[in-house]
Design a protein around this ligand. Structure first.
Ligand code: HEM
Length: 235
Protein backbone atom coordinates (compact mmCIF):
# COMPACT_ATOMS: atom_id res chain seq x y z
CA UNK A 1 0.00 0.00 0.00
CA UNK A 2 2.92 2.29 0.55
CA UNK A 3 5.65 3.53 -1.70
CA UNK A 4 9.12 4.33 -0.58
CA UNK A 5 10.29 7.70 -1.77
CA UNK A 6 13.52 6.68 -3.36
CA UNK A 7 14.28 5.82 -6.97
CA UNK A 8 12.73 2.80 -8.64
CA UNK A 9 14.14 0.17 -10.96
CA UNK A 10 12.55 0.16 -14.43
CA UNK A 11 8.90 -0.77 -14.29
CA UNK A 12 9.15 -3.57 -16.84
CA UNK A 13 8.94 -6.29 -14.21
CA UNK A 14 7.08 -4.79 -11.36
CA UNK A 15 7.20 -6.87 -8.23
CA UNK A 16 5.57 -6.07 -4.95
CA UNK A 17 6.49 -3.01 -2.89
CA UNK A 18 8.90 -4.96 -0.75
CA UNK A 19 10.85 -6.48 -3.59
CA UNK A 20 10.99 -3.12 -5.36
CA UNK A 21 12.42 -1.47 -2.30
CA UNK A 22 14.84 -4.33 -1.74
CA UNK A 23 16.07 -4.03 -5.29
CA UNK A 24 16.66 -0.34 -4.70
CA UNK A 25 18.63 -1.02 -1.56
CA UNK A 26 20.73 -3.63 -3.22
CA UNK A 27 20.27 -5.25 0.16
CA UNK A 28 21.09 -8.93 -0.11
CA UNK A 29 19.90 -9.70 3.37
CA UNK A 30 16.47 -8.45 2.31
CA UNK A 31 16.21 -11.27 -0.19
CA UNK A 32 17.12 -13.96 2.30
CA UNK A 33 14.00 -15.83 3.32
CA UNK A 34 13.05 -15.19 6.93
CA UNK A 35 11.22 -18.36 7.91
CA UNK A 36 9.75 -16.74 10.99
CA UNK A 37 8.10 -13.91 9.02
CA UNK A 38 4.83 -15.81 8.28
CA UNK A 39 4.46 -16.55 12.01
CA UNK A 40 5.25 -12.95 12.89
CA UNK A 41 2.62 -11.89 10.37
CA UNK A 42 0.01 -13.96 12.22
CA UNK A 43 1.03 -12.27 15.49
CA UNK A 44 0.88 -8.78 13.91
CA UNK A 45 -2.50 -9.65 12.36
CA UNK A 46 -3.92 -10.68 15.75
CA UNK A 47 -2.42 -7.64 17.48
CA UNK A 48 -3.94 -5.35 14.84
CA UNK A 49 -7.35 -6.95 15.51
CA UNK A 50 -7.06 -6.30 19.27
CA UNK A 51 -8.66 -2.79 19.17
CA UNK A 52 -11.70 -4.26 17.40
CA UNK A 53 -11.86 -7.14 19.88
CA UNK A 54 -11.69 -4.62 22.73
CA UNK A 55 -14.66 -2.73 21.28
CA UNK A 56 -16.65 -5.97 20.92
CA UNK A 57 -15.85 -7.01 24.52
CA UNK A 58 -16.72 -3.53 25.84
CA UNK A 59 -19.96 -3.61 23.84
CA UNK A 60 -20.95 -7.02 25.21
CA UNK A 61 -20.11 -6.06 28.79
CA UNK A 62 -21.74 -2.63 28.68
CA UNK A 63 -18.48 -0.72 29.09
CA UNK A 64 -18.79 1.73 26.18
CA UNK A 65 -19.71 4.59 28.50
CA UNK A 66 -22.59 7.03 28.48
CA UNK A 67 -22.22 7.69 24.75
CA UNK A 68 -21.31 4.39 23.01
CA UNK A 69 -21.47 5.86 19.49
CA UNK A 70 -18.98 8.58 20.39
CA UNK A 71 -16.74 5.97 22.06
CA UNK A 72 -16.73 3.75 18.96
CA UNK A 73 -16.25 6.70 16.56
CA UNK A 74 -13.30 8.00 18.55
CA UNK A 75 -11.72 4.60 19.09
CA UNK A 76 -11.90 3.60 15.40
CA UNK A 77 -10.70 7.09 14.33
CA UNK A 78 -7.74 6.92 16.70
CA UNK A 79 -6.79 3.42 15.54
CA UNK A 80 -6.99 4.47 11.90
CA UNK A 81 -4.47 7.19 12.66
CA UNK A 82 -2.24 4.92 14.75
CA UNK A 83 -2.17 2.25 11.99
CA UNK A 84 -1.42 4.94 9.43
CA UNK A 85 1.52 6.22 11.50
CA UNK A 86 2.88 2.68 12.02
CA UNK A 87 2.60 2.02 8.27
CA UNK A 88 4.42 5.28 7.50
CA UNK A 89 7.11 4.41 10.06
CA UNK A 90 8.11 1.19 8.27
CA UNK A 91 10.32 2.84 5.63
CA UNK A 92 12.23 5.23 7.95
CA UNK A 93 12.79 2.49 10.57
CA UNK A 94 13.98 0.10 7.85
CA UNK A 95 16.38 2.73 6.50
CA UNK A 96 17.80 3.58 9.90
CA UNK A 97 18.08 0.01 11.23
CA UNK A 98 18.61 -1.96 8.00
CA UNK A 99 15.79 -4.35 8.99
CA UNK A 100 14.46 -4.89 5.47
CA UNK A 101 12.06 -7.64 6.55
CA UNK A 102 9.88 -4.88 8.01
CA UNK A 103 8.66 -4.22 4.48
CA UNK A 104 6.92 -7.58 4.51
CA UNK A 105 4.46 -6.22 7.09
CA UNK A 106 3.76 -2.89 5.44
CA UNK A 107 0.89 -3.87 3.18
CA UNK A 108 -0.96 -5.64 5.98
CA UNK A 109 -0.54 -2.61 8.26
CA UNK A 110 -1.79 -0.26 5.53
CA UNK A 111 -4.81 -2.48 4.95
CA UNK A 112 -5.57 -2.45 8.67
CA UNK A 113 -5.48 1.36 8.61
CA UNK A 114 -8.10 1.22 5.84
CA UNK A 115 -10.09 -1.42 7.75
CA UNK A 116 -10.34 0.83 10.84
CA UNK A 117 -11.17 3.82 8.61
CA UNK A 118 -14.02 1.77 7.09
CA UNK A 119 -15.31 0.89 10.59
CA UNK A 120 -14.99 4.57 11.56
CA UNK A 121 -16.95 5.68 8.50
CA UNK A 122 -19.55 2.92 9.02
CA UNK A 123 -20.03 4.03 12.64
CA UNK A 124 -20.64 7.55 11.39
CA UNK A 125 -23.16 6.76 8.64
CA UNK A 126 -24.87 3.91 10.47
CA UNK A 127 -24.86 4.48 14.26
CA UNK A 128 -24.44 8.27 14.22
CA UNK A 129 -26.46 9.33 11.17
CA UNK A 130 -28.80 6.33 10.80
CA UNK A 131 -28.36 6.33 7.01
CA UNK A 132 -29.66 9.89 6.72
CA UNK A 133 -28.02 10.30 3.31
CA UNK A 134 -29.12 13.93 2.90
CA UNK A 135 -27.42 14.91 6.17
CA UNK A 136 -24.35 12.79 5.32
CA UNK A 137 -24.11 14.49 1.92
CA UNK A 138 -24.33 17.92 3.56
CA UNK A 139 -21.51 17.00 5.99
CA UNK A 140 -19.31 15.53 3.27
CA UNK A 141 -19.81 18.46 0.91
CA UNK A 142 -18.72 21.12 3.37
CA UNK A 143 -21.24 21.73 6.16
CA UNK A 144 -18.75 20.16 8.58
CA UNK A 145 -15.34 20.70 6.95
CA UNK A 146 -13.52 18.24 9.23
CA UNK A 147 -15.80 15.49 7.88
CA UNK A 148 -15.19 16.61 4.27
CA UNK A 149 -11.44 16.27 4.83
CA UNK A 150 -11.81 12.89 6.61
CA UNK A 151 -13.98 11.63 3.78
CA UNK A 152 -11.42 12.59 1.12
CA UNK A 153 -8.74 10.79 3.16
CA UNK A 154 -10.95 7.71 3.40
CA UNK A 155 -11.74 7.63 -0.34
CA UNK A 156 -8.01 7.86 -1.14
CA UNK A 157 -7.27 5.13 1.38
CA UNK A 158 -9.89 2.86 -0.17
CA UNK A 159 -8.32 3.50 -3.59
CA UNK A 160 -4.92 2.41 -2.28
CA UNK A 161 -6.41 -0.67 -0.63
CA UNK A 162 -8.17 -1.70 -3.86
CA UNK A 163 -4.97 -1.30 -5.84
CA UNK A 164 -2.75 -3.03 -3.28
CA UNK A 165 -2.93 -6.65 -4.60
CA UNK A 166 0.07 -7.77 -6.66
CA UNK A 167 -2.13 -8.49 -9.67
CA UNK A 168 -3.34 -4.87 -9.77
CA UNK A 169 0.21 -3.63 -9.28
CA UNK A 170 1.35 -5.66 -12.29
CA UNK A 171 -1.55 -4.35 -14.36
CA UNK A 172 -0.81 -0.72 -13.50
CA UNK A 173 2.94 -1.03 -13.94
CA UNK A 174 5.43 -0.39 -11.16
CA UNK A 175 5.99 3.31 -11.75
CA UNK A 176 2.32 4.22 -12.09
CA UNK A 177 1.49 2.12 -9.04
CA UNK A 178 4.19 3.82 -7.00
CA UNK A 179 3.03 7.27 -8.11
CA UNK A 180 -0.55 6.41 -7.13
CA UNK A 181 0.52 5.06 -3.75
CA UNK A 182 2.30 8.30 -2.93
CA UNK A 183 -1.24 9.41 -2.06
CA UNK A 184 -0.47 7.93 1.36
CA UNK A 185 1.35 11.18 2.16
CA UNK A 186 -1.74 13.25 1.29
CA UNK A 187 -3.85 10.84 3.36
CA UNK A 188 -1.59 11.40 6.37
CA UNK A 189 -1.82 15.20 6.05
CA UNK A 190 -5.61 15.11 5.54
CA UNK A 191 -6.02 12.80 8.55
CA UNK A 192 -4.12 15.22 10.77
CA UNK A 193 -6.17 18.10 9.40
CA UNK A 194 -9.39 16.13 10.09
CA UNK A 195 -8.37 15.47 13.71
CA UNK A 196 -7.01 18.99 14.23
CA UNK A 197 -10.15 20.64 12.85
CA UNK A 198 -12.42 18.47 14.95
CA UNK A 199 -10.51 19.22 18.17
CA UNK A 200 -9.98 22.91 17.36
CA UNK A 201 -13.73 23.37 17.78
CA UNK A 202 -13.31 22.05 21.32
CA UNK A 203 -10.12 24.01 22.08
CA UNK A 204 -8.28 20.77 22.83
CA UNK A 205 -5.31 20.45 20.52
CA UNK A 206 -2.88 18.51 22.75
CA UNK A 207 -3.42 15.09 21.15
CA UNK A 208 -3.68 16.24 17.52
CA UNK A 209 -0.42 18.12 18.12
CA UNK A 210 1.34 14.89 19.14
CA UNK A 211 0.11 13.12 15.98
CA UNK A 212 1.03 16.16 13.87
CA UNK A 213 4.59 16.03 15.23
CA UNK A 214 4.85 12.28 14.54
CA UNK A 215 3.54 12.62 10.97
CA UNK A 216 5.77 15.66 10.31
CA UNK A 217 8.76 13.61 11.47
CA UNK A 218 7.83 10.61 9.31
CA UNK A 219 7.21 12.69 6.18
CA UNK A 220 10.07 15.10 6.95
CA UNK A 221 12.59 12.25 7.07
CA UNK A 222 11.53 11.27 3.55
CA UNK A 223 11.88 14.82 2.29
CA UNK A 224 15.39 15.11 3.79
CA UNK A 225 16.46 11.79 2.24
CA UNK A 226 15.00 12.80 -1.12
CA UNK A 227 16.86 16.14 -1.03
CA UNK A 228 20.14 14.49 -0.04
CA UNK A 229 20.07 11.93 -2.84
CA UNK A 230 21.25 14.17 -5.68
CA UNK A 231 23.99 15.60 -3.42
CA UNK A 232 25.27 12.11 -2.68
CA UNK A 233 25.35 11.27 -6.38
CA UNK A 234 27.38 14.42 -7.15
CA UNK A 235 30.04 13.65 -4.51
C1 HEM B 1 -8.35 8.35 7.04
C2 HEM B 1 -9.49 8.80 7.48
C3 HEM B 1 -9.80 9.23 8.90
C4 HEM B 1 -9.01 9.33 10.03
C5 HEM B 1 -7.53 9.01 10.16
C6 HEM B 1 -9.86 9.79 11.10
C7 HEM B 1 -9.44 10.00 12.40
C8 HEM B 1 -10.24 10.50 13.41
C9 HEM B 1 -9.79 10.78 14.74
C10 HEM B 1 -8.37 10.55 15.24
C11 HEM B 1 -10.84 11.26 15.44
C12 HEM B 1 -10.85 11.74 16.87
C13 HEM B 1 -10.78 10.65 17.90
C14 HEM B 1 -10.75 11.21 19.30
O1 HEM B 1 -11.44 12.17 19.61
O2 HEM B 1 -10.00 10.64 20.12
C15 HEM B 1 -11.97 11.28 14.55
C16 HEM B 1 -13.23 11.69 14.90
C17 HEM B 1 -14.29 11.71 14.06
N1 HEM B 1 -14.29 11.38 12.72
FE1 HEM B 1 -12.73 10.68 11.67
N2 HEM B 1 -11.13 9.97 10.61
C18 HEM B 1 -11.13 9.64 9.28
C19 HEM B 1 -12.20 9.65 8.42
C20 HEM B 1 -13.48 10.03 8.77
C21 HEM B 1 -14.62 9.97 7.91
C22 HEM B 1 -14.62 9.43 6.48
C23 HEM B 1 -15.67 10.43 8.62
C24 HEM B 1 -17.10 10.58 8.21
C25 HEM B 1 -17.48 10.80 6.98
C26 HEM B 1 -15.21 10.77 9.95
C27 HEM B 1 -15.99 11.27 10.97
C28 HEM B 1 -15.56 11.52 12.24
C29 HEM B 1 -16.45 11.96 13.32
C30 HEM B 1 -17.94 12.22 13.21
C31 HEM B 1 -15.64 12.06 14.46
C32 HEM B 1 -16.09 12.38 15.88
C33 HEM B 1 -16.36 13.83 16.07
C34 HEM B 1 -16.80 14.10 17.50
O3 HEM B 1 -16.70 13.24 18.38
O4 HEM B 1 -17.24 15.20 17.72
N3 HEM B 1 -13.86 10.51 10.00
N4 HEM B 1 -11.58 10.82 13.32
Amino acid sequence: MLPSPSRLPPASTPGNAASMSNARDGSRSANRPNRWVPWAKVVVFLLALAPLLRLVVYGLTDQLGANPVEFITRSTGTWTLVMLCITLAVTPVRRVTGMSWLLRFRRMLGLFACFYAALHFATYFWLDQWFDWASILRDVTGKRPFITVGFVAFVLMALLAITSPHAVMRRLGGRRWQRLHRAIYAIAVLSILHYWWMKAGKNDLAEPLIYAIVVTGLLGARVIWALRRPLRRQS
